[in-house]
Design a protein. Structure first.
Length: 180
C-alpha cells in the first residue's frame, strides 16, 4: 500500500440507519389486533386509602365526556352512584371479540410508561344503537352516548362494564390515541 492512501469504511454509519428510522418514522398506534394479544384488560386501579369520596361530581351537561379509564374506575370504585341513570359520552375504537363475533366493544389503550406496557380498557356496548355497529370495521374511532348498565362490571368479566348506548357517531382518530 502506498503512503497517503487510506481505506475508510462507511459501514459503521449504516448501523445508525435503523435507529434513525425508529425516531423518524413512528409506529402506528396499537389497535384492536393488540386487544387479543394483550391478554387481560387493564387492571382497575386499586382503591386509594383514606376516607371520603374518591371522586368529584361528574362534569356538568346532559352527557359529559369521560375517558374510558375514568369511566371504568368510577364504575368499580364510586359508591355514590354518580353514574346511575346518567348519560355519558365515551370515545374509543371498535373491537369485535373473536370469542363472540356478535358483540361490539369500545376500547382504549392505557399506558403507564410507554406503548410497551399498554393494556386495553374495554366497555361492552349494548342496545339498539350497538346492533348497528356489528358491521363497523375494527379500529374505527367512535363516540357513543349511553348509560351504565348497573351491576354489569364484575370480577368474573374482568370489571368490563356494559353501556346501553343511545347514539353513536364516527370521529377522527385523536392526535394521542392512548389514555394515561
Amino acid at each position: 500500500m502506498s503512503a497517503g492512501h487510506e481505506h475508510r469504511s462507511r459501514s459503521p454509519w449504516m448501523l445508525l440507519l435503523p435507529v434513525l428510522a425508529i425516531f423518524l418514522v413512528g409506529p402506528p398506534a396499537l389497535g384492536s389486533d393488540s386487544i387479543g394479544r394483550a391478554g387481560q384488560p387493564a387492571a382497575v386501579p386499586q382503591r386509594p386509602s383514606g376516607t371520603g369520596s374518591l371522586f368529584g361530581p361528574l362534569p356538568p351537561g346532559e352527557a359529559p365526556l369521560l375517558t374510558v379509564s375514568e369511566f371504568q374506575t368510577r364504575v368499580v370504585w364510586d359508591t355514590s352512584g354518580s353514574l346511575d341513570d346518567r348519560a355519558v359520552r365515551l370515545q374509543g375504537f371498535v373491537v369485535h371479540p373473536d370469542d363472540d363475533p356478535g358483540r361490539t366493544r369500545l376500547a382504549r389503550m392505557r399506558i403507564s410508561c410507554c406503548a410497551a406496557d399498554a393494556a386495553p380498557v374495554l366497555v361492552d356496548l349494548s342496545g339498539p344503537a350497538a346492533a348497528a355497529l356489528a358491521n363497523t370495521p375494527a379500529d374505527t374511532w367512535i363516540e357513543v352516548t349511553g348509560a351504565l348498565r348497573t351491576g354489569s362490571a364484575t370480577e368474573a368479566n374482568g370489571q368490563v362494564p356494559t353501556v346501553d348506548i343511545t347514539a353513536v357517531h364516527g370521529i377522527p382518530t385523536p392526535p394521542n390515541p392512548y389514555e394515561y
